[in-house]
Ligand binder design. Structure first.
Ligand SMILES: *[C@@H]1O[C@H](CO)[C@@H](O)[C@H](O)[C@H]1NC(C)=O
Ligand SMILES: *[C@@H]1O[C@H](CO)[C@@H](O)[C@H](O)[C@H]1NC(C)=O
Length: 299
């Protein structure tokens, strides 16, 4: 558990707030419940292609800030495609940065694993989209980005970079120093480091503990899409206690289910992660939440 780091920020969505959350204080937060009963009868809304990605301008009237958002396994952690109950209206109000003041944390570190592109021009994937969706990230000190596909993640030249960062809400003075606070690695992320893969695999626990030397007094926000390796990464984080260093994670989960086969053709071509079930996916999130990590689905 992290220690208390001063003032709480309960601004934009504060009307219904009785108890706020701080990056370094987790008291009073009850994690969202899991709808186990509905798991096996799950269905997914048709036509995933009609997704629209945008930051929420308004919360659902029944949003309860003393709880993390519900996980919605019956909707395969995705919910409707658009409208007030879609991911970007339902989940971002619960992002820790919307309620907590990270200012007094020792270091503020954002780690984007499987970032895709830097600027994905309006699509959900990509570093810049996350800055827009999660406004307090633009105030973070350090940015670590992993993408295994060569040439996919490319920083624009300085002028363009400053322009798009400012567009995403970053102050000019911080945009000017972004380049030396941003670290890109073309690598896989897994449970353990392994130099025999191409590109090499960086063990996530190693990375947090040994390479970054993070401490509980640091604010650590992670977005992770590791194509099925999330189970062993999370298992390792929980076993070795490194999960304690992570304040919040936005995590994409992969598993086999007929609905996902229909919607995304998942497991039509067999992948190693097709051995995982919706129940496994659900426990992935609940085990993190049970250990005090603000775990959200993604996207
Ligand atoms: C966050 O905390 C810092 C340091 O205590 C304080 O100066 C700042 O005003 C706080 N921000 C908000 C929005 O409360
Ligand atoms: C997935 O679920 C099955 C059945 O509940 C269980 O035996 C298995 O250990 C789970 N795997 C993981 C990685 O949690």
């Amino acid at each position: 558990m992290k220690r208390i780091y001063g003032a709480l920020l309960c601004l934009a969505f504060a009307i219904t707030v009785s108890k706020c959350q701080s990056a370094c204080e987790r008291e009073g937060v009850v994690c969202g419940s899991v709808d186990h009963a509905a798991v096996d009868t799950a269905t997914l809304a048709p036509s995933q292609s009609k997704r629209r990605w945008s930051a929420p301008d308004k919360c659902l009237s029944d949003t309860n800030f003393a709880h993390l958002e519900d996980l919605w396994p019956k909707m395969h952690f995705r919910g409707p495609i658009s409208g007030p109950k879609s991911y970007f209206h339902r989940v971002p109000p619960h992002y820790l940065g919307r309620h907590a003041n990270f200012t007094r944390c020792r270091r503020r570190v954002y780690i984007d694993v499987g970032a895709g592109q830097f600027n994905s021009q309006g699509s959900s994937e990509g570093f810049l989209s996350m800055m827009k969706l999660y406004p307090s990230l633009v105030e973070f000190d350090e940015f670590y980005v992993f993408e295994a596909v060569p040439g996919k993640y490319v920083l624009p030249p300085p002028r363009e970079r400053k322009r798009v960062l400012k567009n995403a809400g970053m102050r000019a003075s911080r945009a000017a120093t972004f380049n030396r606070r941003h670290f890109f690695m073309q690598a896989f992320v897994g449970a353990r480091s392994d130099t025999s893969t191409v590109p090499p695999t960086i063990g996530f626990s190693d990375f947090l503990l040994t390479m970054l030397q993070l401490q509980p007094a640091d604010a650590v926000v992670v977005k992770m899409d590791v194509e099925g390796y999330e189970y062993e990464v999370v298992d390792t984080l929980l076993r070795d206690g490194t999960a304690e260093l992570i304040d919040e994670i936005m995590l994409e989960v992969h598993y086999s289910h007929p609905d996902m086969l229909r919607a995304f053709r998942w497991c039509k071509t067999p992948q190693f992660w097709c051995k995982y079930s919706l129940d496994n996916a659900t426990s992935l999130y609940t085990s993190l939440r049970g250990s005090g990590v603000y775990a959200h689905t993604w996207p």
